[in-house]
Design a protein around this ligand. Structure first.
Ligand SMILES: *Cc1c(COP(=O)(O)O)cnc(C)c1O
Length: 352
């Protein structure tokens, strides 16, 4: 037998208590609706194996993935009847898989409705386009007999600008979603993503689909006090070096020491999702001390300034500052990108 690989010098600590608290807050803010959970893209990069059991145990009973290939990992943790696949069937094989496994496809077009019908049909969801013009059946096509033949659990639509509370697109989309509800037989209706939940009232329907805010993202000011940080990247110091005045650091020598200084080489780079936009911008922390990034981020390494953390040594761990709203402001990346970039080399583990 092959020996087990030694521990990774890069880890992602996942605060399950904060994750569960975020889901409960979003469920409470959903009022009469129940909150589900968008767990597509490996739970936004956090890791579906870490996330799904926590949400399930908190009471979540509706899970959304985008791809058919994302179903199997989720089935390890939640029943098939609680899973819906947002992209819907693109091929007859997709529809056959949905029937065999027992998950619901989200039907996004008349073509998909036909694929589902031809595969034998059964419970499904329907996505209605009310103005975002991505996936979804247009209002004009809702009277098609293919739609009338569907056995619809959730009638979905999706807001284009929910994080902008005053955007007139929101009430316009709400109105079209309500018109669709009047036209199509369904059990439950869903419109709101994380930011949509903050719009409240009529936007809530019977089910909401938060994603970002579950994982610590704050898409709008109204959610700021409700959402806790969930993921904390941590990285080991591989080497400590002493620089002299005039020594430069990293590719293209974008940082040069003005005086002697102690620096650390840590095991994170753009291959881990710590992109080059963090060059000269990122901060790590040890105890209370700030440990700034120096020079360019490399593929697998980053150099940091240990001036204010003189006790840090090789093998010690630094926390990467990654509170999502602040990290987005500094990096120029969206909070969604910051999460979904987190790479495969992180050992994902639950917080103590
Ligand atoms: C990803 C997704 C969501 C979750 O959106 P957040 O902004 O992350 O809360 C909700 N609904 C649909 C259709 C999605 O694709």
């Amino acid at each position: 037998m092959r020996p087990e690989a030694p521990a990774s010098p890069l880890r992602l600590t996942i605060d399950g208590t904060a994750l569960a608290a975020n889901w409960r807050a979003l469920d409470r803010l959903s009022g009469p609706a129940r909150a589900g959970a968008a767990v597509k893209a490996n739970a936004y990069g956090v890791g579906v194996a870490a996330v799904a059991p926590v949400l399930r145990d908190a009471g979540c009973a509706d899970f959304f993935v985008a791809h058919w290939a994302e179903v199997a990992d989720l089935l390890e943790h939640v029943p098939a009847s609680q899973i819906a696949v947002l992209h819907g069937p693109l091929t007859p094989a997709d529809a056959a898989y949905a029937r065999a496994v027992g998950v619901r496809p989200v039907i996004n077009s008349l073509h998909q409705a036909r694929l589902w019908h031809d595969a034998g049909g059964g419970a499904c969801d329907l996505m209605v386009d009310t103005g975002i013009n991505r996936l979804g059946v247009g209002l004009a096509d809702l009277s098609d007999p293919l739609i009338a033949a569907l056995e619809i659990d959730v009638l979905h639509s999706h807001l284009a600008a929910a994080e902008e509370a005053d955007n007139p697109r929101n009430p316009a989309q709400l109105e079209r979603w309500q018109a669709a509800q009047a036209q199509v037989t369904h059990r439950r209706a869903a419109l709101a993503n994380s930011a949509g939940i903050a719009l409240g009232g009529e936007y809530l329907g019977g089910l909401t689909r938060p994603g970002l805010a579950l994982y610590g993202g704050v898409p709008c000011a109204a959610l700021a006090g409700e959402i806790r940080q969930v993921v904390r990247p941590e990285v080991a110091v591989m080497q400590v070096r002493q620089l002299q005045a005039g020594d430069s650091v990293g590719y293209n020598a974008t940082f040069t020491a003005l005086a002697p200084m102690r620096v650390g080489v840590v095991s994170i780079g753009y291959a881990d999702g710590y992109l080059r936009c963090w060059s000269g911008q990122g901060v790590m922390r040890c105890g209370g001390a700030d440990v700034p990034v120096l020079g360019r981020i490399s593929m697998d390494m980053t150099v940091v300034d240990l001036t204010h953390a003189p006790a840090v040594n090789e093998g010690d761990w630094l926390e990467v500052a990654y509170a999502l709203p602040a990290a987005a402001a500094i990096s120029g990346l969206s909070q969604y990108e910051l999460l979904t970039l987190l790479g495969r080399r992180f050992a994902r583990r639950a917080a103590a």
